[in-house]
Design a binder for this molecule. Structure first.
Ligand code: SAM
Length: 337
């Protein structure tokens, strides 16, 4: 018998949770492993090449997201990579997802290289906000750390994102000993001058620097210590399920700036983890540092099988560890940060 539903009918929600009772509310979707940068701690295995064969299509992404919002109460989606902009249909994906009712938060994490040209279109298509990676303000160091002489383009991208009203704009800075640890006050000044938030990320033992992690890692405590000359006061803000410990910082010159610390190594936030990660080929990663646990592709092709998808997601979540492993299983470029 066919069911008929009246307009406005909302199906019963079936929360998705792991074996430890942590509920999934947040999907991080890596749209492509390719990236136009080759950051020394991440380094994609592929170039900025948009080969979409075998990847989730824009329609499949929308179908999946609609299902997860409607049936599982998903609230947030972050598009990441690799570099999301490696996908030529990124704008279409944004506009499809932005139309989903009750998806409260749609964000992109980007290297910012092409943002100056596309931020307006993303905002018009319904993107809420953007995180941009910026590890240095020194042009030569930027080129060395990322493999691209692109500092000016990224700064222009940041300023354009602000000008078109993407809000909030946040900077992500991975701190690496021997590279940028002396630059932290300058980066805070850059953020304060624009009224944007900056988050310092502890290097994780995954990707090309995994074997040198002991020598390259800088803890959040040390980062705070390195900012002691420029920050006069730290007011902690509630963290909730956010990955960053946030502070409303007052600088010694009186300016206010939001500074966050993402501390997966010194003080992990696994107990509050509400994330599920999928890669562009449909692989399911219950944990950022864990191995993949199955694939959703068989539930998407040849036609969408909602119950089959739920079974695959539940199976993957059932095996999610209480805490992330000591070393990442894959590079961040595959799974997305
Ligand atoms: N291409 C986009 C970008 O540049 O933001 C999105 C993907 S990138 C993998 C996402 C974030 O992961 C970036 O902020 C990057 O700095 C961070 N990341 C990559 N490898 C990391 C590692 N080993 N430890 C900590 N953060 C890392």
């Amino acid at each position: 018998m066919k069911h008929s539903f009246s307009v406005g009918w909302i199906p019963t929600q079936m929360p998705l949770a792991d074996a430890w009772g942590r509920r999934v509310r947040y999907l991080r979707l890596s749209l492509a492993a390719a990236c136009s940068m080759r950051c020394l701690y991440c380094r994609p295995t592929t170039s900025d090449y948009c080969d979409q064969e075998g990847m989730l299509t824009a329609i499949e992404i929308e179908t999946l997201a609609r299902h997860m919002v409607r049936r599982h109460g998903l609230q947030k989606i972050r598009l990441t990579g690799g570099e999301p902009r490696s996908r030529c249909d990124l704008l279409e994906i944004i506009s499809r997802l932005a139309r989903i009712v009750r998806l409260n938060d749609l964000a992109v994490t980007t290297n910012g290289l092409t943002l100056a040209a596309s931020a307006y279109d993303y905002a018009a298509a319904g993107l809420s906000r953007v995180n941009i990676s910026l590890d240095t303000l020194d042009r030569e160091r930027f080129a060395r750390m990322t493999g691209v002489d692109g500092l000016n383009r990224v700064v222009k991208g940041i300023d354009t994102a602000l000008a078109v009203g993407l809000s909030p704009v946040k900077l992500n800075t991975v701190v690496i000993r021997g590279e940028n640890e002396e630059e932290l006050p300058a980066l805070v000044d850059f953020a304060a001058a624009r009224g944007i938030a900056i988050r310092f990320i502890e290097l994780m033992p995954m990707g090309p620097l995994a074997s040198q992690w002991d020598q390259r890692y800088v803890s959040a405590d040390e980062i705070r210590w390195r900012l002691a000359d420029v920050v006069a006061d730290w007011q902690a803000r509630p963290q909730g399920t956010q990955s960053a410990k946030q502070y409303a910082a007052t600088l010694t010159d009186g300016r206010q700036v939001s500074i966050g610390f993402i501390t997966p190594m010194s003080c992990h936030f696994c107990s509050a983890c509400d994330r599920l990660r999928l890669t562009s080929d449909g692989a399911i990663y219950p944990c950022l540092m864990g191995a993949p646990s199955g694939s959703i592709m068989s539930a998407l092709r040849p036609t969408f099988d909602a119950d089959g998808l739920d079974m695959l997601l539940k199976q993957a979540l059932a095996g999610k560890a209480a805490q992330h492993p000591a070393q990442g299983a894959v590079s961040m470029t595959q799974i997305g940060g």
